[in-house]
Write a protein that binds this ligand. Structure first.
Ligand code: ADP
Ligand code: MG
Length: 894
């Protein structure tokens, strides 16, 4: 499609556009669409262009610690230490390549996950409404839009009912604009083209229909796609904290290096020796593997969560999950199964058990003796309804809102032929259901007369009713108090109560009239809690995470269901949206913290609740599915959208998407988030003592005026091989069984607690003592410098292998998660042993690293030292419980 012509779509009439695209208001045929798909390609934006590969590689060198390494290499070069300089530069390069590849993989995996939340659209094919994936749209397709949809392609609208679209993605203007179908002058700018809906924009209200005029890269957003800023998707609070830590480390290491250099120099040591010692110190103390390990661990966590049906859209969410203290969850569909069955009808002052549930249409038409009033209640449920029991004549599953499907089934149980009824009573107008206005109204034509039927929450309907229909179908006086009592009793059983009414005079505007409706009755339906959600709520409680239910449903229903789920206890308070509206900020904060069940809450109030909880110091995860939930999802520490039942708008605003809409999945994600953080801590806990010890060994040697027990080159060798082969394997450790028995990690708390910091110092000191001790001891026995240094290197590596066992579990023994649960652990150790053997005995390596095979007797002492180290740490973990926070503390803490 030539851009000049595409630009004029808004200036042409809908019929003209349809003709030009060889389409019609009934859409394309499947065959035609398939043919066009081949021609135009999938409706997908060309991949976002982030920084190019060279730029990303260059960024790998742009780290303070790498600067020191580069400077160290330069010094070695100046001193003519060619081998040292070569290896240092080689290590920097290898390190950059590892980081480059790992980060690339992590970014790709994240992008793939984001894409995997496929968006479906409603499109007319072969004259029928079908759901299809947005990528399969082609020019000429006729697409239906509804509130909450993301516009899938550029559309010329030919039907718009109260349609509002937020075009911030294109125009930067966040206020939604009203759309209509009238043509616009050809020179109208993008923001003025009210008859167009553009790909990537969000429908905030109303409904519409349009024909696709451009897909993929041909869309307006496709043309500016390369302008979209690429957020640094891999930065998280933790990686930023790490970067800060690196800067501190940088100055510390520089300071120590200068200190050592000055001390040695004043003592009259050779300048070159002291420079090389400073280089060794810098090289040893830098944890080269750290940045890559953080990214890899987070990426593994993201992949794990995806397997458990939680798609992370923003990487920081992985960490925040581990700190979550409050989860605010929707009721229907998330905590409950969203499988509704009408159990009780209440009509004309009488209650009718409606227990049978036959999904098949019943054979006998019309049940004998169905009272006229009851009949009308069921008719209202069928006509004021957008669901269908069967997709077509050929049968098939029911489709639509489960609440409405239940009403159809209820009518069917009563013997009504819903399909025939709908055929006989065409719809003339409607007010669609909206969470902010909990009712729905239709105007239908019944026997040539317009009739209005309304269904919704009792609070919305009852005040508008002046009379009621009796059991015999005739109007009679209405006793609102009796209706309230009946509704509350039903709700107290956990039933979802819908009220029905008939419009007085058969007219319907944009809003319901304030009075004059005739009350028809109630239909009460059951929606059982998910058994998995009950278990998940209990798990959250044990983990110090409070679960709060926020629902649009009636207070009594909400409390009853909350009790079944274990969210509330007998006699607990419920706050309604109206209660909340009357509270000032401080009272709201107190109430939000204290109460666990919020009913009849309007979506807009969710935002206030999130903010109140955050003001109270909570880290809040909030679920949502509708358009109006987006602000709350954005404001929450973790916005969680529903993948199956949620709108595109909600998914867009969320940090995480649950593909199965299930609360239990959210709980599993919290657990996985904690597991990921644990694994990060394990790596850091493992790597820091090594660097600490290597730095100290050099510093001591310089201060004491002895030869370096390990050369800079050898230190680099240790750092690189052990970080990748040993440390990295900790990222694959399974989640420990006790993660949900602890309180949430306070946000902003140091990564290592006091107990863990002490362990770093302990292990570092033991490593220094062992390496130094054995080095001096074997020198004393007459071993060559090469041999003694090889012993020191092997002490370090053996000690790190031994300590790796300690690090597999933060609090328990190394067997805690299963001895063979992490095959990488054993593979890594095997590979490390092989490499170390090469370092020790292979002549080529001996030449490069100035190593030499030590006397066999030394191996006993190396092994004993490593063994002692592991035992000492094991003992320390026993005594301290492994960390400052103990399992089981959650219950006491909260
Ligand atoms: P939840 O927060 O549990 O998901 P909803 O927002 O789905 O609750 O529903 C809140 C209230 O809105 C219900 O109690 C009911 O009164 C009303 N309602 C729900 N669905 C419909 C519908 N399809 N038509 C009319 N009213 C509805
Ligand atoms: Mg809902």
């Amino acid at each position: 499609m030539a851009p000049e012509r595409a630009a004029a779509w808004h200036a042409r009439s809908p019929q003209d556009v349809l003709d030009a695209l060889r389409s019609s208001p009934h859409g394309l045929t499947t065959a035609d669409a398939a043919e066009r798909l081949r021609r135009h390609g999938p409706n997908r934006l060309p991949g976002r262009r982030g920084p190019g590969p060279w730029q990303r590689l260059a960024q790998q060198f742009h780290q303070p610690l790498i600067y020191i390494l580069l400077a160290s290499g330069a010094i070695a070069l100046l001193l003519g230490e060619w081998a040292d300089a070569g290896v240092i530069f080689g290590v920097v390069l290898v390190n950059a390549l590892i980081g480059f590849v790992q980060e690339g993989k992590a970014a790709d995996a994240l992008a793939a996950l984001a894409r995997s939340v496929a968006s479906t659209v409603t499109v007319l094919r072969d004259g029928r409404m079908v759901a299809c994936e947005a990528v399969e749209l082609v020019p000429g397709d006729v697409v239906r839009l509804g509130a909450g949809d993301k516009v899938p392609a550029d559309l010329r609208l030919f039907d718009a009912r109260s349609l509002q679209i937020a075009e911030a993605a294109l125009t930067g203007e966040s206020v939604a604009v009203a759309k209509d179908t009238a043509t616009v002058p050809a020179d109208g700018v993008l923001a003025e083209r009210a008859c167009m809906a553009y790909a990537g924009t969000l429908v905030t209200a109303g409904q519409g229909c349009g024909v696709v005029v451009a897909t993929g890269a041909d869309t307006e957003v496709g043309r500016i796609a390369h302008l979209l800023d690429v957020t640094d998707a891999l930065a998280t609070p933790l990686t930023r904290a790490m970067a800060g830590f690196s800067r501190v480390l940088l100055w510390l290491i520089l300071g120590l290096a200068v200190f050592g250099f000055v001390v040695g120099w004043m003592r009259g040591e050779a300048l070159a020796d002291m420079l090389m010692a400073a280089v060794a110190l810098a090289v040893g103390a830098i944890p080269e593997g750290l940045p890559a390990a953080v990214t890899v661990t987070l990426a593994i966590g993201v992949a794990r969560m995806a397997r458990r049906k939680a798609i992370v859209r923003r990487l920081p969410a992985v960490e925040t999950l581990g700190s979550t203290t409050v989860i605010c969850s929707d009721k229907t569909g998330t905590l409950t199964e969203n499988r509704m069955t009408v159990k009780v009808l209440w009509q004309g002052g009488r209650s009718f058990e409606w227990a049978e549930n036959t999904p098949e249409p019943s054979a006998e038409p019309g049940r004998a003796g169905l009272p006229a009033g009851l009949n009308e209640l069921l008719v209202a449920g069928v006509l004021c309804n957008d669901a269908r029991l069967q997709a077509d004549a050929a049968g098939g599953p029911a489709s639509g809102d489960p609440t409405e499907v239940a009403l159809l089934v209820a009518a069917d149980v009563g013997g009504l032929d819903g399909a025939a009824l709908r055929g006989a009573c065409p719809r003339l107008g409607e007010i669609p259901f909206d969470a902010a206005r909990p009712y729905m109204a239709v105007k239908v034509c019944v026997a040539d007369h317009p009739v209005v039927f309304v269904k919704g929450g009792l609070e919305a309907l009852l005040p508008r009713c002046a009379a009621q229909i009796g059991v015999d179908g005739c109007p009679e006086a209405l006793d609102p108090a009796a209706v309230e009592v009946a509704a509350t009793a039903l709700a107290a059983d956990g039933l979802r109560v819908l009220a029905f009414a008939r419009g007085g005079d058969g007219t319907l505007g944009a809003e319901l009239p304030a009075q004059g409706l005739v009350f028809l009755g109630l239909q009460a339906m059951q929606d059982p809690p998910r058994p998995a959600a009950i278990r998940a709520v209990a798990a959250c409680r044990a983990a110090g995470v409070t679960v709060k239910m926020i629902t649009g449903d009636h207070a009594a229903t909400a409390l009853a269901v909350a009790r079944q789920l274990g969210i509330a206890a007998d006699g607990d308070a419920v706050l309604t949206g109206r209660d909340l509206a009357g509270l000032d900020a401080l009272a709201l904060q107190a109430a939000a913290m204290r109460v666990n069940v919020f009913a009849r809450v309007e979506p807009a109030q969710k935002l206030r609740l999130v903010q109140a909880l955050q003001a109270g110091g909570e880290v809040v995860a909030m679920t949502g599915d509708g358009v109006n939930d987006a602000p709350a999802l954005k404001a929450a520490d973790i916005g969680v959208a529903m993948g199956a039942g949620g709108t595109e708008v909600a998914k867009e605003a969320a940090a995480m998407v649950l593909t199965d809409d299930n609360f239990a999945t959210l709980e599993a994600a919290v657990e996985a988030g904690r597991g990921v953080f644990d694994n990060l801590v394990k790596f850091i806990l493992w790597t820091l003592p090594t660097n600490f010890a290597e730095g100290l060994v050099i510093l001591f040697a310089v201060l004491a005026g002895t030869t370096l027990p390990i050369t800079p080159l050898q230190i680099l060798w240790i750092n690189m091989t052990t970080a990748v082969l040993l440390g990295m394997t900790l990222a694959f450790e399974p989640i420990e069984p006790d993660v949900m028995g602890r309180p949430p990690r306070p946000p902003g708390a140091p990564v290592l607690d006091a107990v863990q910091m002490r362990r770093v110092v302990l292990v570092g000191a033991l490593l220094v003592a062992a390496a130094f001790g054995l080095f001096l001891r074997w020198r004393g026995f007459g071993a060559s410098l090469e041999e003694a240094r090889t012993i020191a290197v092997n002490v370090f590596v053996a000690g790190e292998v031994a300590y790796l066992f300690n690090c597999r579990s933060l609090r328990g023994g190394f067997w805690r998660g299963g001895v063979l649960a992490n095959p990488w652990f054993w593979l890594g150790i095997g590979a490390m042993v092989a490499l170390q053997a090469a370092f020790t005995w292979w002549p080529a390596m001996n030449r490069l690293f100035a190593s030499a095979p030590p006397p066999p007797a030394a191996w006993l002492e190396i092994g004993a030292a490593a063994w002692a180290l592991a035992l000492a740490v094991g003992l320390e973990k026993r005594l301290t419980g492994g960390s400052a926070s103990r399992p089981g503390a959650a219950r006491i803490a909260r």
